[in-house]
Design a protein around this ligand. Structure first.
Ligand code: TYD
Length: 218
């Protein structure tokens, strides 16, 4: 049975998720929560191996459906091996990307279709969905500029896509926001990192304050 809380963080490339997740994790720890931070694609050895295949800048021949299946395969393994056990254990699971990334990137931006991508992902996740998803919204121009300045991380195969691809990714996320208004919360990622963090923490506390071991104070 699921006793923990499953939160996913989504956004286009260069949205600043990594820094945000680090801060969130520190705050949760200070509050005495048992927290598990992880990421997709990856998070465990089998999924990290799949990640290397997907993100290898040399794999320019990769077919869009192959890419979608690889993400779904990595997701399945990571979910079973790491996320579900932590949730059963009552932990607060913070995951950098999940199924919404596949719907926005492969389903919408690559043009496979969100419904088809949803169906292969249903096979992989069997209705295990996040309790809350935070979408950090940054314009593709800003996101890519941050990556090019190496403020965020090194460049991978998906970053090499044209600006129009990243614009479509953002449109895909907007569609998901309309489709799942109760689960997904949009946070403006172009504010200062402090304000982004404050908005995200508020969204989490509004839903899960009762989950913490200690009182939540501002
Ligand atoms: P990563 O280096 O983790 O980037 P980020 O810090 O932006 O999360 O690379 C993950 C890349 O994979 C990123 O470009 C988004 C993409 N992706 C998909 O296209 N589909 C997916 O299902 C997932 C999980 C990620």
């Amino acid at each position: 049975m699921r006793k923990g809380v499953f939160i996913t963080i989504e956004g286009g490339d260069g949205a600043g998720k990594s820094t945000l997740i680090e801060k969130l994790s520190n705050t949760m720890l200070q509050r005495g929560s048992s927290i598990m931070v992880t990421r997709e694609p990856g998070g465990i050895p089998i999924a990290e191996q799949i990640r290397n295949v997907i993100l290898d800048t040399g794999n320019t021949k990769m077919d869009a459906r192959t890419e979608a299946l690889l993400y779904a395969a990595a997701r399945r393994q990571h979910l079973m091996e790491k996320v579900v056990p932590a949730l059963e254990h009552g932990e607060f699971v913070l995951c950098d990307r999940f199924v919404d990334s596949s719907l926005a990137y492969q389903g919408y931006a690559r043009g496979i279709g969100m419904e088809d991508v949803w169906s292969i992902n249903q096979f992989a996740i069997q209705d295990i969905m996040p309790d809350l998803t935070i979408y950090i919204d940054v314009s593709p121009e800003e996101g890519l500029a941050r990556i090019n300045k190496a403020e965020v991380r090194e460049i991978n195969r998906l970053d090499l896509e044209k600006l129009s691809f990243h614009e479509k990714v953002r449109e895909g996320y907007m569609k998901l926001l309309q489709q799942f208004p109760d689960r997904i919360v949009l946070v403006n990622g172009e504010q200062s990192p402090e304000l982004v963090f404050a908005d995200v923490l508020l969204a989490i506390d509004q839903r899960f304050a009762g989950f913490y071991a200690t009182d939540v104070k501002y």
